[in-house]
Ligand binder design. Structure first.
Ligand SMILES: Nc1ncnc2c1ncn2[C@@H]1O[C@H](COP(=O)(O)OP(=O)(O)O)[C@@H](O)[C@H]1O
Ligand SMILES: [Mg+2]
Length: 230
């Protein structure tokens, strides 16, 4: 499976989707982050032809790949893809995460339009509604996006709820994956009781809290993934 995660806007959750929704559920997959791929270690604003070729070659070479296109590179990436006839056919899906903010909604519609102009069919363009909470009325709040239904696959069921876990994973020093955390069978309660050391106690308390959050998040992401790949 080859997936491109893309949006003209930053902060829509492209990296969260790549790392926590896709990578753990696609066997032997790897992520290329287009922002960091240049071999000379510099951070160019633009993906020049050669760099696009490097990315396109890796997409051909690696069976299961997730390409996370950083916002500042999207325009250039899509331009190069349009020039390189047939390269868009290498991807099974173009996933477009979006959030409930004006700029991001406008940019999401522009992203969908550009993908459509590049010749990518409706089936391969899929929107993921991200950072959703109970107050969100999807059909109303994202109506501009639902208006793109003729050119992209848009479903109320492809959603990721807002969860503090995503912003707290750095609190775990040996973090591996949300799934590993959810299935960690360490008896944290016993560990908490076993020590008077304040630092240790607080470390165990934090980890138990995050483990509890991760169980719910893993279930949610399983559902999102199965709706996404329907
Ligand atoms: N579902 C979510 N719930 C809570 N925070 C989220 C969620 N999705 C993304 N975030 C947070 O929003 C910020 C932007 O997400 P990120 O994946 O880095 O976006 P992008 O790669 O599109 O710029 C990060 O701090 C991330 O942790
Ligand atoms: Mg990112």
């Amino acid at each position: 499976m080859k997936i491109c995660v893309i949006n003209f806007s930053g902060n829509v959750g492209k990296s969260i989707v790549s790392q926590h929704l896709l990578k753990p559920r696609i066997k032997n997959s790897e992520i290329i982050s287009v922002e960091s791929i240049n071999s000379d270690g510099t951070n160019d604003e633009k993906i020049r032809g050669k760099r696009f070729t490097d990315i396109a070659n890796r997409v051909l070479d690696i069976e299961n790949i997730i390409v996370d296109v950083g916002a500042s590179n999207v325009e250039d990436f899509l331009y190069q893809m349009k020039q390189s006839i047939g390269s868009q056919e290498d991807f099974d899906y173009f996933l477009v995460p979006t959030i409930l903010k004006n700029k991001q909604i406008i940019d999401t519609v522009a992203t969908i339009d550009t993908l459509n102009d590049t010749g990518i069919e409706k089936e391969r363009i899929r929107v993921i509604f991200n950072m959703i909470d109970e107050d969100t009325r999807l059909l109303y709040d994202f109506k501009e996006i639902f208006n793109c239904k003729h050119v992209a696959t848009i479903s109320e069921d492809i959603i990721i709820y807002e969860n503090e876990l995503f912003n707290r994973l750095h609190e775990i020093l040996d973090f591996e994956s949300i799934s590993a955390l959810a299935h960690d069978d360490t008896d944290f309660k016993a560990l908490i009781q076993s020590t008077e050391d304040k630092t240790k106690r607080s470390e165990y308390i934090t980890k138990l809290g995050l483990k509890r959050l991760s169980i719910g998040v893993e279930r949610m992401l399983d559902k999102t993934y199965s709706q996404l790949m329907k």
